[in-house]
Write a protein that binds this ligand. Structure first.
Ligand SMILES: Nc1ncnc2c1ncn2[C@@H]1O[C@H](COP(=O)(O)OP(=O)(O)OP(=O)(O)O)[C@@H](O)[C@H]1O
Ligand SMILES: [Mg+2]
Length: 347
């Protein structure tokens, strides 16, 4: 599904449940937990599903470092995502310097308390930074503030224009943020929260960039490497003491090769939508009999395809007047039999 299709599917979900992005929504909370596990895994902290639940719901501190990483991410992301969602609903979404700092302030609070993070929370770094396994050079610390300020203003300008789709804009801002690397630690996680902040604030859902296998992490790192040249160029110009106007920055940020990162974001967004849809249908009354067109939209099938299944006797349905109706339970059974077959083929 392309980006427009995904946005439509999200709008359909919202017509069912107004409060989509909130931990009160069981399906969203489960998606969010997957995001946390993957995002901290990219930084080398591996937690299984049970460990995450133990920390979040049973206050477990068996492994203090893991608990600090999980709690920081949970609190930073959940508050800022709900905030982005509310801004979107009010038509007021924008990005502020203070938002970038706020993400970091909450993200690193527990690690700061524990002493595993010794920098200031919410304050830009005062020393140089480098990222192992990558070729780019983050900006000299004297120019961090100026660089973030430019990134924030450029992003806001593009939130108002339609030059870039929300997915492209989120990918660009994420790459820019990482190339600056404004904080002493936590840049990877803060940057992925920022990416989701932009997605949610533009009417999308948050995503979980995969991070458990080395293959997935390499894919993500390579995608950033592919698109960071122009942001490095901005870094180098600022380091020479050159003031850059928005227009000049605009002139540098052209034809950015971001196919890798956009592909990742779109794939993961499709996965987020799928999860939320499955949750919505799971919570529907299984005995309910609903019009075919509603089921088609919910499950992302064409009505013709479903009509074909009915004609072949593979999906039970009844006709009332001119419309076909299907029992939710029957549709769910069909889907699970299709999934089963796909699984057998893969094996
Ligand atoms: N070539 C690249 N260009 C831009 N950003 C990159 C590149 N390669 C990796 N990154 C980003 O850098 C992050 C890792 O950097 P680093 O290990 O310094 O993060 P950090 O500040 O310790 O953050 P955290 O504590 O969240 O890991 C990655 O998660 C990725 O987002
Ligand atoms: Mg780190």
């Amino acid at each position: 599904m392309d980006e427009k299709g995904l946005k439509k599917a999200i709008a359909a979900l919202r017509s069912n449940d107004d409060r989509l992005v909130t931990v009160q929504n069981a399906e969203w909370y489960s998606l969010f937990r997957e995001e946390i596990r993957n995002s901290i895994a990219i930084e080398g902290v591996f937690a299984n599903r049970q460990e995450l639940i133990d920390v979040l719901e049973h206050n477990s501190k068996t492994n203090k470092e893991k608990a600090a990483a999980i709690l920081g991410y949970f609190e930073a992301a959940s508050t800022i995502y709900e905030y982005a969602y509310n801004q979107w609903r009010e038509g007021e979404f924008c990005l502020r310097m203070a938002d970038v700092k706020q993400i970091h302030t909450i993200l690193m609070r527990y690690e700061r308390e524990l002493g595993t993070y010794i920098g200031e929370i919410g304050d830009f770094r005062k020393t140089t930074a480098e990222v192992t396994q990558s070729k780019f050079k983050p900006i000299d610390h004297f120019y961090v503030r100026e660089a973030v300020d430019l990134m924030v203003r450029w992003t806001n300008r593009h939130l108002k224009l339609s030059k870039y789709s929300p997915v492209t804009l989120a990918a660009l801002t994420h790459t820019w943020f990482e190339t600056i690397h404004p904080f002493r630690d936590g840049n990877g996680r803060a940057g992925r929260i920022l990416l989701n902040y932009i997605l949610i604030g533009s009417g999308h859902l948050n995503i979980a960039i995969k991070g458990f296998s080395k293959l997935d992490r390499d894919l993500y790192y390579n995608a950033l490497e592919q698109g960071d040249d122009c942001f490095e160029e901005i870094n180098r110009r600022l380091e020479k003491g050159k003031k850059l106007s928005l227009e000049q920055a605009e002139g540098i940020i052209t034809d950015v090769p971001l196919t890798g990162l956009k592909k990742i974001v779109l794939e993961r967004l499709a996965e987020s939508v799928k999860r939320m849809k499955n949750g919505t249908t799971r919570s529907m009354n299984k005995d309910a009999v609903v019009p075919l067109r509603d089921l088609a939209q919910l499950y992302d099938y064409s009505q013709d395809y479903l009509r074909n299944l009915i004609n072949r006797g593979e999906l039970k349905a009844q006709k009332k007047g001119k419309l076909w109706y299907v029992k939710v339970q029957d549709m769910a059974e069909h889907i699970s039999s299709v999934d089963q077959k796909a699984w057998q083929v893969k094996k």
